[in-house]
Design a protein around this ligand. Sequence first.
Ligand code: C2O
Ligand code: CU
Ligand code: CU
Length: 494
Amino acid sequence: MSIGVVALVVVVTTTVGGCFAVTYTGADISTVGKLDFTEELAIPPLATGTTEPDGTRVFELEMRQGRKEFQPGRLTNTWGFNGDYLGPTLRAHRGERVRVDIRNALPEASTVHWHGMRLPAAMDGGPHQMVRAGAEWSPRWTVAQPAATLWYHPHPHGATESHVRRGLAGMFILDDSESESLPLPHEYGVDDLPVIVQDVRFDGDELDGSHRIFRDTGFLGDRILVNGTLAPYREVGDELVRLRLLNASTARVYDFGFGDDRAFTLIGSDGGLLEFPVTADRQRLSPGERAEIVVRMRPGERTIVRANTLDAGLDFWNQRFSGGDDSFDVLELRASTTLRPSPELPAALASSSTPDGSDSVRERRFELSLAGINGRPMDMDRIDFSVTRGTAETWVVRNADGMPHNFHVHDVRFRALTVNDAPPPPELAGPKDTIFVPPNTTVRLAMSFDGPADPNAPYMYHCHLLWHEDQAMMGQFVVVEPGQSAGGPPHHGH
Ligand code: C2O
Ligand code: CU
Ligand code: CU
């Protein structure tokens, strides 16, 4: 090699190496200890709807564009339901008939999906129930599942990440007589707080949605919004405070805890209350997952909800570029100098409502990969399989893809039977509809398809890292009556 070539090789390798080092060391973010908590936490308005003569509870949601002042004096373009950003918290009771009158005032088509809701597939708001710009859609169903913290968000095929990231999301709380009979904190916005967590990045007037280099996981932001509030604090006046944590971020996985590492009590997961409360000091939530926790406050103190670095067995590369090394201060709770006494938490919560796998009629395997589930990218015109109404199945979901994924199933709530052949940790013992599946992990999930059948309308299962979902890491199944087979290719739109 001539001196010139050697010099060139040296220059190229050090430049590439240098760029990599800068990219790598600049890729982790921490706001721990840096927030001043100047904004009071917004609480999404509670919508209880109106009641029709036949008892149907009716909600109204308008999807619209807006501008919101997240930072004093700076307006950011957003999307929201009935407002600039996010949407009202809908609330209904088990056994009630509900209808939601949706109007799409956005400049493009979208959908509204009821994440965690057991309902007819034609009402599910998945990619086959598109609502055109200017159009309306009024899904209706009967609430037939236990009390839980659910949520709603758009689900247009290929564009879910951008629609959710701009602000289209809201909580949907279900109550039942069991949950109402328990002495749990339950005054919305007082001792029972919605905590909708999203990571964002500001770019001029816009919420940035670009994916930085090596971010195979999708969009990762550098600031945290809770209920649309930056750097929020909330004053609380009760000894026990219930937080309904919802990870409404598009890709980020959080490991929540408190700044002082205090213990809290986990009482509910995605699909409703646990059978027994669990004491914990960490709660991991991947996109779409929820947890209801109760924290005990002492008079006059402050404590911070913190998202810690992730310990999920990710390799060196993924740990950094999937955000695993990031940490955030999320929300400061400020206790009044005198607190209203709260009743002790009950020793038992809800009866079990998910199958234990013993009555599963079949097992299906799902291999997670960015190239598609079981290697097949989502095809709107392909029904991947049919399940029989009234039966239970065990789904075995494996991630050997190197990068983090999770798995969400529409219509059902499932029980995690095993994680890598071991019994699940106590925080995964409750009813779930979304589960984090880190690399080199296999989970076995038992679920019962006890909702309505419709051979012509599919439900989705997918990775809830929304860019992965948009990349077609999704499939569809129909629920059919015994002996029935799936209908023709589904038709789209309204
Ligand atoms: Cu939260 Cu298929 O979605
Ligand atoms: Cu869903
Ligand atoms: Cu994924």
